[in-house]
Design a protein. Structure first.
Ligand code: MEV
Length: 461
């Protein structure tokens, strides 16, 4: 008796301390959401501090806070990213200061250093290779491909263009629209699987909503036309199932190239390493990233440090950009470097070719004040200009990383930037911070050394 009482008491206590399922969370006010979170997930002793943290990050400007609240669902506060500037980027003869939203302490400094290095050597050159985007209606049916193809060419294709004419009208006025529609046979990979594949030109917008709207209409038109056609048996009609209509974030035909080059002898300023040796080591480092996926992943991550920071600052979708870049890096079946290097006839060339599907209209671009600021700072670029700027940012970041790796090692620069994070954790005063900047001026920052030296100076003061 006592035993079962103790068990049920124990279960009640356990249940009380475990977070409970909540219905209708999204309908609660911001305050009620926070109260619920605090009471379910935080011990009573921590609730005050936790609530103060959330409050600290709210904007005191009501309209701005409202704007941010409405970007997403269930917002309870804001999550800040540092917004830094990397100046002195000479791109196709024009000077830029790049806005970078990134938390990694060395990224902006690395970009600025690379920009300065290449400023004296002719700057960055870019070329837009193409700008096509893709989307698919994925469907299954038992209709023979050749029969379907005939129907597609003779009737369906025109109907797909006609039925999307309203959706594409504005985009066509701006010079874009649907470029082509192709029926693809994928049944050798998955039984009865076909695609309508469309190529789009979305001009200055990233175009996700535009593409998806067109594709959803494709799905409806495809179904209607097949059901109404006399070419197909009832069994064939019944077998048709549109599975989904969706853009592809893989855009291997939306490519930009960015490049730097100079005479090998002009590659000075590399921590005492002779230009010749620097060029050879640099080239070898890129070759390693081309053939070794373990290194390629880190190498490309460094590139994306530069790309993502500007993608975020300009209100674009960094998950889409990341997914596409890595898919492209693996396009030949082995994950490889996005950048390349040659040394030929005394000339060092370093370049990147990267798919970048981004926009400067639509999405957050017209409503997020900092995004608007970023675009104004970049002198209101077209989508193509932005592709070029992003590729340059990635290349610059990659140059800075490889330069450090083949000379001083990465930790010297990284730890210098990380020093403030370490000191912050140790509650260092402003004077102590200044002391450590001097202390580590000519040597690599080591966490342990910071602790010991801080202890020493505090004891002596
Ligand atoms: C760190 O965020 C990025 C690097 O590891 C890139 C690289 O190794 O090339 C420094």
């Amino acid at each position: 008796m006592l035993y079962s009482y103790l068990i049920s008491l124990f279960l009640v206590l356990i249940k009380k301390s475990m977070p409970q399922i909540i219905e209708g969370f999204s309908k609660l006010s911001k305050e009620a959401k926070i109260d619920w979170l605090l009471s379910e997930f935080f011990p009573a002793s921590e609730r005050n501090t936790s609530s103060q943290i959330l409050e600290k990050y709210l904007s005191s400007k009501e309209d701005l806070q409202k704007l941010h609240d409405e970007f997403s669902e269930n917002t309870i506060t804001n999550f800040f990213l540092p917004y830094g500037i990397a100046p002195n980027f000479l791109i196709n003869g024009k000077l830029y200061a790049l806005p970078m939203a990134v938390e990694e302490s060395s990224v902006v400094a690395a970009a600025s250093k690379a920009a300065k290095f290449w400023l004296k050597r002719g700057g960055f050159k870019t070329e837009i290779i193409n700008t096509k985007k893709l989307g698919h209606t994925h469907f299954v049916c038992t209709i023979d491909f050749l029969k379907l193809k005939e129907f597609f060419e003779s009737k369906l294709k025109t109907q797909l263009f006609n039925d999307t004419a309203d959706i594409t009208a504005n985009m066509r006025k701006r010079g874009g629209g649907i470029l082509s529609i192709t029926l693809r046979d994928k049944s050798h990979k998955l039984e009865n699987y076909y695609q309508l594949e469309a190529e789009f030109d979305t001009q200055d917008s990233m175009g996700a909503n535009f593409i998806n709207s067109c594709l959803e209409q494709f799905g409806k038109t495809l179904t209607r036309e097949i059901q109404n056609s006399e070419l197909f048996s009832q069994q064939e009609k019944d077998s048709l199932q549109v599975i989904m209509n969706i853009l592809s974030n893989y855009t291997p035909d939306c490519i930009v190239k960015a490049e730097v080059s100079c005479k090998v002898e002009d590659l000075q300023e590399n921590d005492g390493i002779e230009p010749d040796e620097f060029a050879r080591k640099f080239h070898q480092a890129v070759r390693i990233a081309e053939i070794e996926p373990y290194r390629a992943t880190t190498h490309n991550k460094g590139i994306m440090n530069g790309v993502d920071a500007v993608v975020i600052a300009t209100g674009n979708d960094f998950r889409a950009v990341e997914a596409c870049a890595h898919a492209y890096a693996g396009r030949d079946g082995v994950y490889s470097s996005l950048s390349h290097c040659t040394i030929s006839e005394g000339v060092f060339r370093f370049w990147i070719e990267i798919p970048l599907s981004v926009g400067v209209v639509g999405g957050l671009t017209g409503i997020h004040p900092l995004v608007k600021f970023s675009l104004a700072l970049l002198q209101n670029p077209s989508a193509k200009d932005l592709m070029a700027i992003l590729a340059v940012s990635g290349l610059a970041q990659n140059f800075a990383a490889i330069r450090s790796l083949v000379t001083t090692g990465i930790q010297r620069g990284h730890m210098k930037m990380h020093l403030f994070n370490i000191l912050q954790n140790l509650n260092a005063t402003e004077d102590e911070k200044q002391y450590f900047v001097e202390y580590f001026k000519d040597k690599t920052v080591r966490h342990h050394e910071v602790i010991l030296e801080l202890e020493r100076i505090r004891k002596n003061s």
